[in-house]
Design a protein around this ligand. Sequence first.
Ligand code: CA
Length: 229
Amino acid sequence: MPRILIVEDEQDLASLLEYNLKNDGFEVEVARTGAAGVTRARSFKPDLVLLDLMLPDIAGTEVARLLRESEGKRVSIIMVTARGEESDRVKGLELGADDYVVKPFSVKELLLRIRNVLRREASEPPGPLAGALKAADIALDAERHEVTVLGRPVVLTALEFRLLKTFLERPGRVQTRETLLSDVWGIDAEITTRTVDTHIKRLREKLGPSGDVIETIRGVGYKLVTPGR
Ligand code: CA
């Protein structure tokens, strides 16, 4: 039974979510502050954290960072944001949140997103090919969730990892920003395609000179260039 930790200070909303998620077969715990959420996650080991961005003590983005630090990539995070918090939302996604919902949202929509994220995580350790994807000096081990450049490990967020994996799986093919948003972020997003650019920039920086394998196709998107092709 998947475990979900709700980090939400609005009592009514927290109770409503707890009730519906339990009804849907999840094991659920609730934390009312960011600090309590981080502590609870350590013992509860949730598969997914439903994380409100506006918390009374610590900002949700900071909680996401702390969760990634203590729980690693094992835990999925869905951010819950209010309208007009785009910069926080983008920051949240950059910190490795897997998805977000905007208040007010329907429980049905939320359940869909939760199942999507959990399904995506479950299908992540995939078939034989995924063991080691390579391009130039970059190697990605999907099973161990590791990326190396020239044999040296590079630390990527969950999203950057998926982004790189997507490129490595589709060498030489142009990926539009829209494709990347829907395949990597898993949302048919209005969160501007600029998010993709920001992410690619950071991913390239982390990959160092090898980051050049990701080529910008002006006005369209990006492409992984494989040497010798
Ligand atoms: Ca709140």
